[in-house]
Design a protein around this ligand. Structure first.
Ligand SMILES: *Cc1c(COP(=O)(O)O)cnc(C)c1O
Length: 210
């Protein structure tokens, strides 16, 4: 079981450029099943809920672990998120930007942030609308001095992902951002073709979530 996760992760790493960060997504995965992947030397892990991460990661993490928040963040959890995580992939609205900036200043921690863009304009999905992305990125920089490093998207489940990846890349390019968090178990190889610098892979490493 654990060996299978390490082998699966190594196979994925061998298929992507060395410069692409493979984030092993550990939501719903028990600490005992994460441990072998940490022992194998992997550093980048993703969780989508602050509470679950707070329960698992303080005991698991090593000094060089990078924990990525890849799920929606409520403003009232920003303080905890800044203390616990190393990278935020889901910055998507002014209120959150404001609170994150305050917390980073308070805690003297500057976490690289990805702005999440709702490329499919799905009403139930988080992310800034594409037409508001340029203004929001500019505001994050000028008003809150946030370390915005790139963009993140989750394409609609039943659509061809490549137009969404191309769209995200274009928004990043015109805003001078060179990091792209896109691609999951089913489409990371396609995402890499479109310039993904970070792929977020869960079930292809740890098996199907129950
Ligand atoms: C769960 C999740 C992933 C990983 O999904 P898999 O299909 O299991 O690889 C990637 N990104 C986000 C935002 C997620 O919530």
């Amino acid at each position: 079981m654990s060996d299978a996760s390490v082998s699966a992760l190594n196979a994925i790493k061998s298929q992507v450029p060395a410069t692409t960060t493979v984030i092993a997504v550990t939501k719903t995965v028990d600490a005992s099943n994460i441990q072998p992947v940490i022992n194998a030397g992997h550093r980048d892990f993703g969780e989508n809920r602050v509470q679950e991460a707070a329960a698992k990661w303080p005991a698991l993490r090593r000094p060089d672990t990078r924990l990525h928040l890849i799920g929606p963040l409520q403003s009232n959890k920003a303080a905890e998120a800044v203390a616990l995580f190393d990278v935020i992939h889901t910055l998507d609205r002014p209120k959150l930007a404001h609170v994150l900036a305050e917390e980073m200043a308070k805690q003297s921690r500057r976490l690289p942030c990805f702005v999440q863009v709702n490329t499919g304009l799905e009403p139930q999905k988080a992310g800034i609308a594409p037409q508001d992305a340029d203004a929001f990125i500019a505001q994050c920089r000028s008003e809150w001095n946030l370390p915005v490093v790139g963009l993140m998207c989750i394409p609609p489940v039943n659509e061809e992902p490549s137009p969404h990846f191309a769209f995200l890349r274009e928004i990043a390019r015109r805003n001078g951002l060179d990091q792209l968090s896109m691609g999951m178990s089913g489409d990371y190889a396609v995402a890499v073709l479109f310039g993904a610098t970070h792929v977020r892979v869960g079930s292809a490493i740890f098996g199907v979530r129950t």
